[in-house]
Design a binder for this molecule. Structure first.
Ligand code: 5AD
Ligand code: SF4
Length: 474
């Protein structure tokens, strides 16, 4: 699963709104501002909404005050998500008061979950749309312009939204490609099966066609997205049922594609072929986000995860057998209802056993409509805080150790942009660590071997390798 592991993400909103303006033509010029919260899936969805609206003449602008349409693309996974939406809408309301023609839309999981409640509490909102409906945005915009009340589209339509969205306009060096949506796992704590609907996979030929297009447009890395991405399955176009391992092998044969990643996975869906792909496909990065949530079998059962802590340990062993330099990332929840001190200790023990290069940890927070929200034996807030702090201290230490261990090593970095300081370029190591280095902008869009000079808690500093002729003189 992929839902929000970032706080409300202004950087993501900037990315979404920073696309190039469309070519000059006779279309009316309209200005669009998209605010994106949450996960990579939401960032991707925002880009797609922008693509869907481009034919209507909408071009991105950086400030909501300058826009003719404002979309708030929300995420429901974290605490108080709905309240954050209402407070953001309160902040935006003066724009509508000053210019009543501006169209306001709320998209994403909060829109799906709250629907009419949004319009009841923020009547100036024109469109409320669930994640499965974005291809119908132009029609909703037209209806909003005519309608007296808000347009609310939160049904899961029988048709697939994959079939309707236009292909991405301006692919990035690292491009997202949604291949799967929804989830049937029904973990006790999670809203995704209710907000994103049942699992659906995009057909292999469509995925491969879009991947080729992304690479032709300059993408060097493709990040395969899905709430439960390794549940992806599909017909290969020749009548054979395939899983994610096969899809990755097919993608790896696209010339010019240097890196493949996928996120987010479920331990139950790591099949033999996918594990073998980690051994066989060099372009598949040696990094895997594999949420475990807890290290206690009691809690894992209460969470309806369908696996034990030892199953996870064995799985990681097999993955590392296939790809010895594999680094892992995970999600952990502290204080699920019923979690005891012994369960918490079991989680710390699992973290110590695995050794994560990166992780996201959350204090359990009840989501209305989920089984855990009404489960007995809730854990006291203060206790959840303490457990989360212990978990985070351990994870921080592991991440720091992992980064420091890179010092002095030569690693390949895919450079994707400029760094924070003048003259810097920035990119990612194969293990997803952000890397910055003083170097020429011509490196952007390429993968280059560099030497890591320092491992920081959250990033790596690098220097260019000496040129071959310098080496010869040495
Ligand atoms: N409380 C706390 N964390 C949650 N997550 C999902 N739902 C909840 C919740 N109700 C976390 C899980 C998931 C990540 C994206 O968010 O760890 O993997
Ligand atoms: Fe991930 Fe479980 Fe939520 Fe599905 S129900 S998205 S597997 S946490």
């Amino acid at each position: 699963m992929t839902p929000a592991r970032m706080p409300p993400d202004r950087a993501a909103a900037d990315r979404v709104t920073a696309g190039p303006p469309p070519a000059a033509d006779a279309r009316p010029k309209r200005r669009l501002h998209v605010i994106t919260w949450g996960c990579q899936m939401n960032v991707y969805d925002s880009t797609r909404m922008q693509d869907v609206l481009a034919p209507l003449g909408y071009a991105p602008v950086a400030r909501p005050e300058d826009a003719d349409m404002v979309i708030l693309n929300t995420c429901h996974i974290r605490e108080n998500a709905s309240e954050k939406v209402f407070s953001e809408l309160g902040r935006l309301r003066p724009i509508k008061q000053a210019r009543p023609d501006v169209i306001f839309a709320v998209a994403g999981c909060v829109a799906q979950a709250e629907g009419r409640e949004i319009v009841a509490r923020a009547p100036f909102v024109d469109i409320v749309m669930g994640p499965q409906t974005y291809h119908r945005l132009p029609e909703m915009v037209a209806r909003a312009a005519r309608a007296a009340g808000a347009v609310i589209e939160t049904e899961f339509p029988a048709e697939s939204k994959f079939d309707h969205l236009p292909d991405s306009a301006a692919p990035a060096i690292s491009a997202f490609l949604t291949i799967q949506e929804g989830c049937d796992k029904f973990c006790s704590f999670c809203v995704v099966p209710y907000t994103r609907g049942a699992e659906a996979s995009r057909p292999m030929p469509a995925v491969l066609a879009e991947a080729r297009q992304l690479v032709a447009g300059g993408a060097r890395e493709i990040v395969l997205l899905g709430q439960n991405v390794n549940a992806w399955h599909g017909d290969d176009g020749h009548g054979h049922a395939r899983g994610l391992g096969r899809l990755i092998r097919e993608l790896a044969s696209i010339p010019g594609l240097l890196r493949i990643r996928y996120t987010t996975s479920h331990p139950r869906d790591m099949d033999d072929d996918l594990i073998a792909a980690h051994r066989d496909v060099p372009a598949l990065v040696p990094f895997l986000h594999l949420p475990v949530q807890s290290g206690s079998d009691r809690v894992l059962a209460a969470m309806n995860r369908g696996h034990t802590a030892d199953h996870y340990r064995r799985l990681v062993e097999r993955l590392r057998g296939a790809r010895p330099d594999l680094a892992l990332s995970t999600d952990i929840i502290a204080g699920h209802p019923g979690e005891t001190e012994a369960d918490h200790r079991a989680t710390l023990a699992l973290i110590l056993d695995i050794g994560f290069a990166q992780a996201f940890s959350f204090k359990y927070s009840p989501r209305p409509g989920t089984p855990a929200a009404v489960a007995p034996a809730p854990v006291a807030e203060v206790e959840k805080d303490r457990r989360l702090a212990e978990i985070q201290a351990l994870l921080r230490q592991q991440q720091g150790d992992f980064n420091r261990a890179c010092t002095g090593k030569v690693v390949r970095v895919l450079f994707t942009g400029t760094g924070r300081h003048p003259g810097q370029v920035a990119g990612r190591s194969p293990w997803l660590q952000p890397v910055h280095m003083t170097g020429p902008a011509s490196l952007i869009g390429t993968e280059a071997a560099v030497r890591i000079v320092e491992g920081h808690p959250n990033s790596l500093a690098a220097e260019p390798l000496p040129q071959p002729e310098e080496l010869a003189c040495a």
